[in-house]
Design a protein around this ligand. Structure first.
Ligand code: HEM
Ligand code: NAG
Length: 329
């Protein structure tokens, strides 16, 4: 081999390395095996205990991981409290007051700090907790690549810039996910998380009472389901106080499964962003397939969660390992 061709193959190899490290995530399964072997077990037990007494907590933790990852990457920015002069992500109506499960993260963090202080990030604890929730209420288990570091920044205005509102149609949802490098199929697959948990009436009651000028009620909503929802959600401006909730999936509200997609086929998607997946020709086929093939959907769900969990992560010496998940060090 001539020295110039040796040089060319050397540069080629160098390029391959640079590319693989830039595109491949640097997170690793078993990241805490040596430094904090108890970490994943502590999180799993904390989730088990909390979800056994309230299955809604599983929904809260899965959603919290999504809201973390889509805003500034999976860096636990969603957990930070506001400080004087800075309103944190938590203040935004998409998070407050509906996000739940914070006490589970705090409990796991306290137990982990007691055995390996300053080692396990809040972002990783949240990723583990979302996985453990999926397992507990859906039997969906998967290995979570870890090594995320915690961010030091959390800004309320970044929430509406990154999280999709429930009024979005399939095309808008696909665009929102594409900005994160996630596919339409992943978007439809992860929407299956709405197979558990609840929504406040304020997120969908416009479909019941003020859809448009000619139709007070959304015609894409099963009329009997709409009548049921009206018993739960009072019309706006009637002086009724509070913001009641309804199950996102009336078939199996506490089971993470593919019944959500069957309900979409029956025009019983609770949010506009749910029903549009069935009614938009670009995603109908995916809904039908997910309704038909539960095991395949569960498999795709696990893979899409891992992908979502790798978005814009801080690693190595970036960020910090927070001592308390609500505050920067
Ligand atoms: C596709 C775009 C999405 C939109 C527009 C959306 C919107 C919403 C809304 C409006 C609620 C109800 C909030 C309330 O009023 O209480 C909700 C709940 C929920 N979301 Fe999503 N979401 C989306 C995707 C996701 C993803 C990707 C996940 C997780 C992988 C997820 C997990 C959940 C869960 C589990 C709940 C129930 C929370 C609870 O019961 O505490 N969502 N979502
Ligand atoms: C109201 O919605 C219905 C059903 O989607 C539609 O056919 C109708 O054109 C809409 N009316 C107005 C005024 O937007």
């Amino acid at each position: 081999m001539t020295s110039s061709s040796a040089m060319i193959s050397f540069i080629f190899l160098l390029l391959c390395f640079t590319y693989s490290s830039a595109s491949g995530s640097s997170l690793r399964v078993g990241f805490y095996q040596k430094t904090c072997p108890a970490a994943e077990r502590i999180v799993r037990n904390a989730v088990k205990k909390a979800v056994s007494s309230n299955p809604g907590i599983a929904a809260g933790l899965i959603r919290m991981h999504f809201h973390d990852c889509f805003v500034r990457g999976c860096d636990a920015s969603v957990l930070l409290k506001s400080t004087p002069g800075n309103r944190a992500e938590l203040e935004h109506p998409a998070n407050n007051p509906s996000l739940r499960g914070f006490e589970v993260i705090d409990e796991a963090k306290a137990q982990i700090e007691a055995v390996c202080p300053g080692t396990v990030s809040c972002a990783d604890i949240l990723a583990f907790a979302a996985r453990d929730s999926s397992y507990k209420v859906g039997g969906i288990n998967y290995a979570v690549p870890a090594g995320r570091r915690d961010g030091r920044v959390s800004i309320e205005e970044e929430v509406p810039q990154n999280l999709p509102p429930p009024s979005f149609n399939a095309e808008q949802l696909a665009q929102n996910f594409a900005r994160k490098g996630m596919s339409v199929d992943e978007m439809v697959t992860l929407s299956g998380a709405h197979s558990i948990g609840v929504s406040h009436c304020s997120s969908f009651s416009q479909r019941l009472y003020s859809f448009n000028a000619t139709h007070p009620q959304d015609p894409s909503l099963d009329p009997r389901y709409a009548a049921f929802l009206k018993t739960k959600c009072p019309p706006p401006n009637t002086g009724a106080s509070g913001d009641p909730t309804a199950a996102l999936d009336i078939a199996t509200p506490n089971r993470l499964d593919n019944k959500y997609y069957t309900e979409l086929k029956n025009n019983r998607g609770l949010l506009t962003s749910d029903q549009t997946l069935m009614n938009s020709p670009s995603t109908t086929g995916m809904v039908v397939n997910n309704a038909r093939q539960g095991a395949l959907w569960a498999n795709k769900f696990a893979r899409a969660m891992v992908h979502m969990g790798s978005l814009d992560v801080l690693t190595g010496t970036e960020g910090e390992i927070r001592r308390h998940c609500s505050f920067v060090n």
